[in-house]
Design a protein around this ligand. Structure first.
Ligand code: DGY
Length: 324
């Protein structure tokens, strides 16, 4: 059976597929394909191993309804129309757990970098603007014993909370659709309403899925309820935050700082005024971008395809109904 891999992945994933008798076709120039190009490539194969966030919408899925499985090399699956995949009988898998630690590392990195304006200050050095020792210039804020509010306390949120507690003894509060009692025990985390999360947190870190319920959840109204000393960290999805409102909140001093690993749209335009602010750090969606994690993600997607090729259930299937 044949698999199309839409962008380069670590060799271990390719080798695993080949060792199990799969024929592997890789997008040779490693560029983001248009939807038509992706459809053309998939017409020749049985499986798609999808890297990146191309819109796998109903049009794509109908055109590729022969696919026996789609393995997403991501934990998020907001870029695929799952109900269309399910009704066409296509199982879809993702890559949970293996990227929780590395993604939480980036959330932690952003929290610390924003709190000390580190990226901005590092740029000043690069631009020759380091003139003198300034006692009062661009002071940061400390994180010790502050309150970390997690929006979406799942696997990645728990890793972030553990790091923040271990490093800075931060108190953990969270808001989820459902309570996470295991995390409450493990981290002494307290469940609060969304309004209380906004009011009480010194840092809010987003670890939720993108859904109609979370789309632009962090808007002007939300920022108004946050502390003027607070920091917003987003390693989830850009569209959870209304970026124009965030810019205004930062410019007005409604909140103190922001660290973004995801933006709306991606890539962020280099002209975006957020990039000029001292208390903002933006990274190019690198949450899971380590050799170790990307290797594990590649192996996980390969194992899901191998299972589907054998007629077995994909171990990390996200549209379970497809098997019922
Ligand atoms: C994920 O795993 O969802 C990351 O955003 C990378 O795609």
């Amino acid at each position: 059976m044949k698999v199309f891999i839409s962008r380069n992945i670590p060799q271990e994933g390719i080798d695993t597929l080949k060792e199990h008798g799969m024929t592997v076709v890789i997008n040779a120039d490693n560029k983001q394909l248009s939807q038509d190009e992706l459809i053309q490539a998939c017409l020749e194969v049985d499986f798609l191993l999808n890297v990146g966030h191309a819109d796998l919408n109903a049009h794509f899925l109908k055109a590729c309804s022969h696919l026996k499985g789609i393995a997403l090399a991501s934990v998020g699956y907001d870029h695929i129309d799952l109900s269309a995949a399910t009704s066409l009988g296509i199982p879809v898998s993702n890559t949970p757990d293996v990227l929780s630690g590395s993604t939480a590392d980036v959330a932690f990195l952003l929290m610390l970098a924003v709190s000390r304006k580190a990226f901005y200050r590092a740029n000043e050095v690069r631009e020759g603007k380091w003139k003198d020792f300034e006692f009062m210039q661009d002071l940061g804020i400390e994180l010790n014993n502050k309150t970390l509010g997690i929006y979406g306390l799942g696997r990645i949120g728990i890793e972030m909370a553990k790091k923040a507690k271990a490093a800075y003894n931060m108190d953990i509060i969270y808001h989820n659709r459902n309570r996470n009692e295991e995390a409450e025990l493990q981290l002494d985390a307290k469940y609060v309403s969304f309004e209380e999360l906004l009011k009480q947190s010194d840092v809010i870190s987003l670890h939720n899925n993108l859904s109609p319920e979370t789309l632009y959840k962090f808007d002007k109204d939300a920022f108004k309820q946050m502390k003027d000393t607070s920091i917003l960290i987003n390693t989830a999805r850009g569209k959870v935050v209304k970026e124009d409102d965030l810019l205004e909140a930062l410019q007005n001093g409604t909140i103190w700082g922001a660290g973004l690993d995801v933006t709306d749209p991606e890539p962020m335009s280099p002209d975006n005024p957020l990039l000029q602010l001292p208390n903002v750090c933006v990274l190019p969606h690198i949450g899971s971008a380590t050799i170790e994690t990307r290797t594990q993600m590649a192996m996980m997607t390969a194992r899901n395809i191998i299972a589907a090729a054998k007629g077995e259930k994909m171990p990390q299937v996200v549209n379970h109904q497809v098997y019922s």
